[in-house]
Design a protein around this ligand. Structure first.
Ligand code: AMP
Length: 542
């Protein structure tokens, strides 16, 4: 017997329509590439999204077509999100930090028909134009006054096509499993793979991630998505913020500490989200300048492990609670968020100890860890194995890739992360499986070792990689960027591990560098470090 309840389809257009109706005067503020701060509200954003949908229809974009973007976080990118998905086409965000070859591969693999380009990325597209085989129209995301002189043929001006179009557009009723957006994973090996989200998965992800024990978003929040809209939809914030009616503040291209501090203070930001590297920049600026970040109260840190020292600095100097989160492009992306449970009456130290972990699954996400033979391992916080997940916001295969080897017959997706899960359901990532250090037949997790190094006052950034060793197969090497004016030495750092981990886990050597390599999504590029230091001469042999 079926229930007798209405069953309207989940749709992305409903998010902006709802924000217009109920929160029409709530602001969306953007730092623009052209210079000035742009402000308008949900009502304006909805009207301009409808105009853009009409303009795209006039350009020949049909349901199911892919529309690419190479853009920062800003109001025009926000309008594209809603216009493209709302009309039944697929919003394909491309990460401009990828190698140009990968950008071309991704645009061609997705068969993007129209490409929206922020002013900063026009030179990139000029260099690639001859190789973009499917792109019929390029739209530069600016007004007539700022249109660049470009050799790109027939480029259109965003403001001109929006202003020329009517704002009368009825969002079509779509099946909720209609594809809405596409994002390619930035794996360090092989070609990037496309994750194709649907209206249903996107709305469920917004609901789950906005819940009180996840991001706890409300209409009274001012949300600053620092995490880019070009990678996993800025962790869903461009959808969840209008869903609850929060004010939105977009940082554009200015992600340095000074620019973020100024925006947070001027716009009254209460909630933000980003990868550890951007927070390193902000905290360093706050230390140097003595400035504050009131009224910021909650910061989500994910994409890489949140260093415990960073969690402490946010709390003790700025009264900001860190929400450590873990997720993946394949998961829309939020998998877990770290918030306490009923009955956890925590001392500050117990709270810090909990925050090292990545948190509990948000609603809908199921998790398990398995051993080498795919057998389930105990969830006791000690056993570690490969993490597998499933749920309504997890991809079931990759775009145009056929059968996926990461998915098993029971529908579980192998994340490639090695983790523990404790009895309360809290996840802790030990490593990417390919980054685990194999020493004398045992595994050493690099994330714990990095977190300890980051607790030393002289360390700005740290990576630990396994480097070939004549006796032990691999041994951990600590690679460190010193903080400005710090003179910390190798021996001091190695002694710093005493009593904090098992003796055989302690890195055998330390190398100091000026900067560490990062991937296009801000993760440590360990493959390159392993390559750079593969001939490392150990100063001491165990
Ligand atoms: P991406 O698909 O680019 O979002 O990257 C997903 C991967 O980032 C995960 O599989 C993890 O390896 C890593 N990751 C994300 N969040 C965390 C976290 N909180 N701690 C450790 N690794 C993380």
């Amino acid at each position: 017997m079926h229930g007798l309840m209405m069953q309207p389809a989940f749709s992305i257009a409903a998010l902006i329509r709802n924000a217009d109706r109920l929160h029409g005067r709530t602001e969306i503020v953007s730092r623009t590439i052209e210079g000035p701060i742009h402000r308008y509200n949900y009502r304006d954003a909805h009207a301009r999204s409808r105009r853009l949908a009409n303009a795209l229809r006039a350009l020949g974009v049909a349901p199911g077509d892919r529309v690419g973007t190479l853009a920062w976080n800003g109001f025009r990118h926000f309008e594209i999100y809603f216009a493209v998905s709302g009309m039944g086409a697929v919003c394909h965000t491309i990460n401009p930090r990828l190698f140009p070859d990968q950008v071309a591969y991704i645009a061609n693999h997705a068969a993007d028909k129209v490409l929206f380009v922020e002013l900063s990325f026009v030179p990139l597209v000029e260099a690639l134009a001859d190789r973009l085989v499917s792109v019929a129209k390029i739209v530069v995301m600016t007004d007539r006054a700022h249109m660049p002189a470009t050799r790109l043929p027939g480029v259109l001006c965003y403001e001109e096509i929006v202003e020329a179009a009517s704002d009368v557009f009825d969002w079509p009723a779509l099946d909720e499993s209609t594809a809405s957006s596409l994002c390619y994973t930035s794996g360090t090996t092989g070609n990037p793979k496309g994750v194709l989200y649907s209206h249903r998965s996107t709305v469920i992800h917004s609901l789950a991630s906005a819940m009180p024990d996840a991001f706890c978003l409300s209409a009274r929040d001012t949300v600053l998505p620092v995490v880019p809209m070009f990678h996993v939809n800025a962790w869903g914030l461009p959808y969840s913020a209008p869903m609850v009616g929060a004010k939105l503040v977009f940082p554009g291209a200015a992600l340095d500490g000074a620019s973020l501090q100024a925006l947070i203070a001027a716009e009254g930001v209460t909630f933000s989200a980003g990868v550890p590297t951007v927070w390193l920049g902000l905290l360093a600026h706050l230390r140097d300048s003595g400035k504050g970040i009131a009224p910021l109260r909650r910061v989500v840190i994910g994409g890489s492990a949140a260093p415990p020292a960073m969690v402490r600095e946010f709390r003790e100097r700025h009264d900001v609670t860190v929400l450590h989160a873990w997720g993946m492009t394949e998961m829309s992306p939020i998998g877990t968020v770290n918030t306490p449970k009923h009955g956890m009456d925590e001392t500050p130290e117990a709270e810090y100890a909990r925050q090292v972990r990545c948190g509990r699954p948000v609603f809908g996400v199921e998790m398990k860890i398995v051993g080498d033979g795919n057998e389930n391992l105990p969830q006791d916080g000690v056993a570690f194995g490969e993490l597998k997940v499933r749920g309504p916001c997890v991809c079931r295969s990759y775009f145009e890739e056929g059968v996926s080897s990461a998915h098993d017959a029971d529908g579980w997706f192998a994340t490639g992360d090695v983790a523990t899960i404790d009895g309360d359901g809290y996840l802790q990532i030990t490593d990417r499986s390919k980054d685990v250090i194999k020493s004398g037949g045992e595994w050493i997790g690099s994330i714990d070792l990095e977190n300890i190094a980051l607790g030393h006052p002289g360390v700005a950034e740290a990576a630990v990689v396994g480097v070939p060793h004549p006796r032990w197969d691999e041994r951990p090497l600590l690679v460190v960027v010193r903080r400005k004016d710090a003179a910390v030495t190798r021996d001091e750092l190695i002694r710093f591990y005493d009593g904090k981990v098992a003796k055989w886990w302690i890195p055998d050597d330390v190398v100091f560098v000026d900067a560490l390599p990062h991937t296009a999504t801000g993760k440590l590029l360990k493959m390159q470090l392993r390559q750079d230091f593969k001939d490392h001469r150990w100063t001491e042999t165990r």
